[in-house]
Design a protein around this ligand. Sequence first.
Ligand code: GDP
Ligand code: MG
Length: 530
Amino acid sequence: MTADRAVLQEALDRGEEEGGPIEFKERLSRDVHLVDGRMESLAAQLRHRVLSGDGEATYVVGVTDDGRVAGISASAFSETMDVLSLLAEEAGAHIEDVETWGVDEDGLVGVATVREGSILDTDDSHIVVGTAGHVDHGKSTLVGTLVTGQADDGEGGTRSYLDVQPHEVERGLSADLSYAVYGFDGDGAVHLDNPHRKTDRARVVEEADRLVSFVDTVGHEPWLRTTIRGLVGQKLDYGLLTVAADDGPTETTREHLGILLATELPTMVAITKTDLVSDERVQEVERAVERLLRDVEETPLRIERHGVNAAAEEIGDVVPILQTSAVTGTGLDALDDLFERLPKTNGGDGDFRMYIDRTYAVTGVGAVASGTVNSGTVEAGDDLLLGPMPDGSFREVEVRSIEMHYHRVDRAEAGRIVGIALKGVDEAEVERGMVLLPADADPTPVREFEADVVVLNHPTRIGTGYEPVVHLETVSEAAIFRPEDGHLLPGDHGTTTVEFKFRPYLVEEGQRFVFREGRSKGVGTVTDIT
Ligand code: GDP
Ligand code: MG
């Protein structure tokens, strides 16, 4: 049994006690547990558990009430975490940490630590970085080395802090949903001594003027926005992709890159393990990474040549590449410099816009739509448009109130994750993927659009009538592809018409999306709304 597994065993041995801090839940689902009444009582239960644990409760998931290890599917687990994060929000708490273990063929059990209070402050001095990359390409080690300031031994010494069981990654769900954080004060980096110790995180948060959190995004792909939101309570600001110098880029590297970019994350690439290979090999891998970037129409920028300043200023328009070694420390100072300097990517100037991520009904308040404010600001009392409805129309609604991290606020600006209570509509009519806009906007619902796409991974060619699910902003919808040349080949760029199968959404030129069907996957950019 690994040391980690002891955490699970301990919770199982202690068991659920009346009035204690441990709760067993086989699974939670949106349809059953978020309905009126039920949600409130579960949130009250969670509050109770947190209080009786002096501010910390343990939720054991995939385990029946009487402590039998049942195991649930990866998607059920993901939904459970989503629901739990909402319950926690409702109860003025947050999920601090999640660990999972595989059982039987493809079951998962997990232990979520729920802590009192809201998530780390989402102010402008806290950036969140999503990591991605092929398994064993040094993600956990790089992050472990950065946040502790301690070199790795090349044998997994540092990553043990942030370990991911490879078999679980391959099954499509990262075992490591927890996040690591470090910071900067006037004098340089503020490191964690031991990322496992929660008090250590609290100290860093306290001491630093500027915080950088890392979240492992592997396995979250199309659900990236929701799942990560549930865990860190804010959107990702940057993507960090690792490519090991010995292996070089792989199919997975290509996929992860596509997904980070499709999520519109300004992204950087760290070539890891440069201590293991010759300089020539590092150069070769660097060139391969550059080709990979150009393939998806991105401009690479070598930090060694152009410096950290250029990288910090241009990231988003370019993808900075840096050579690193967690063993010798190569490149780590430059990464520290970069993270100390990178601005928060709140983005959105301009008019208010928010794609709706989740909806729920709150007794006495009515429909609440939550999501990340894409651009502009919203204030209580604002008149807004909501839609498109399935028939393409937009509905006038009014902002009754705005909640941010369980606190009522008068206004919220771009980058904030909010719940907006709406007057003038029933919760049942509000759907994920709809958008909120100013009342004087003149939006065009879009059923069909043209897109440039890259097929990242597909066994054969994609022909007319291919029906993947398209993930664009918070929209997840079945669509029909009609490629311009009749087909799209794996690894190729192409142009295609994309038609939503069932209903229109608000889609604009320049938006990126991911599509997938079975094991095939690709990314695209909207070029024309017809
Ligand atoms: P992940 O699956 O991407 O999170 O990869 P890990 O961080 O778990 O790293 C896999 C293995 O590579 C571990 O044994 C690390 O010690 C080793 N490793 C990671 N980075 C380096 C590095 O820069 N140099 C060397 N020599 N080994 C490294
Ligand atoms: Mg890892």
